[in-house]
Design a protein around this ligand. Sequence first.
Ligand SMILES: Nc1ncnc2c1ncn2[C@@H]1O[C@H](COP(=O)(O)OP(=O)(O)O)[C@@H](O)[C@H]1O
Ligand SMILES: [Mg+2]
Length: 422
Amino acid sequence: MHFAWTVKHKPKSLAEIIGNQEAIKTLERWLRSWEGGIPQQRAVFLHGPPGVGKTSAIEVLANDLGMELVEKNASDYRTEEKIRRFAGSASQYGGFSGRKRVILLDEMDGIHGTVDRGAIPTITKIIKNTRCPIVLIANDFWNKKFVSFRDKKRYLVIEFKKPRTSELLSHLKRIVARESVDADEESLKFIVQRSEGDVRSAVNDLQALAQGKMKLTYDDVSWLAYRDRKDVIFTVLRQVLYGKTCREAKQAANNADVNLDMLFEWIYENAPYHFNVPSELVDAMEALAIANLYSGRIRRTRNWKLLRYMFDHMTAGVAMTREKSKPSGWIPFRFPQKIRSLSTSRAERAKKRGIGQKIKRRMHVSVATAQKDVLPYVKVIFENDSQMAAGLTEWFSFGEEEVEYIAGGKRRTKAILKLITK
Ligand SMILES: Nc1ncnc2c1ncn2[C@@H]1O[C@H](COP(=O)(O)OP(=O)(O)O)[C@@H](O)[C@H]1O
Ligand SMILES: [Mg+2]
């Protein structure tokens, strides 16, 4: 039986929730204020990026305060009528057990501002008359559809932020300890860095990599960088490059929830291999150039309205250029050069460059050649023959950190360095 670690290691007490201590205290104070009667702000709006503990916070607090949490997601209250049925009556009467109730409308981003017209006004109406606390949660509080919640008199708005990387790191350490996985600090740091503060995704990555293992090393995780996104991206790429209709191409990209700039790099890298009629390739690249132009303008002016033009050109624009192009056989998708070079961290690149320079001095080759053609062999030696590695360390005058980078482990580094001091 496999459990999602996000569920298995979900915070059960306030102490287990990382970050946002102030926000949670404010939330707790507000919940407690209901003990003295109905406060002026009858609803609280929690907002912030996904996976930082918004839902967890209210769940833990409700439990701590002995309240009954009546919980629904946006998909359950798409229409006015459904909201009324769920929250309307619940907000008027106490719980069965006589426990105090708190009503949670989670993932409000899912409410469609125009299609689900009436949803938000219904919620605000219910809040006006509610006799128990109502908690609203969404990622993007500043979205137009939520303007009515900006009224500070009626709504308490609490922002949740990403936890600090050190906090996230300790959280992962706690989990691997419970799972009896012996994880390198480096491997956990990599997962943390990659998650960009999203605790949920960090824990998911950790599980994907560490479940069932005794040990987790940096090598186990470093390749992860784009793994989980790759399937998604390949599907989108196929639709964009071979889509028959504009809609198909746009929808695939729309549904996939991938970063637009990253998707652009993928399309840009791969388009040349999938159009074999030169004039069509020209048109496809032209469409990408226009998309890129918009991208630059968006970055400069922060005019997000232009995003749709960038989007249309890079998806439908590319798809529509195909008329006769029909590449023979299966062509594998290529990983974008640009992303590949970004994926190694700056510190690591600097270290590698330093090593390259030392090799260059001794071997009279360029730094690039040293890194590309010499270093891999040096690495093999360092990983297998400490005696020879010690000799090379002296000859190239590598420092301790560099030896560790090349040898790929503390134990081996120690063995090599010991041979030198002798
Ligand atoms: N601050 C946190 N501390 C500990 N675990 C967290 C935290 N934030 C998220 N998680 C993990 O991610 C899962 C989903 O978090 P959730 O509270 O639903 O985030 P949000 O509502 O902000 O998207 C939780 O069950 C938990 O495993
Ligand atoms: Mg949530």
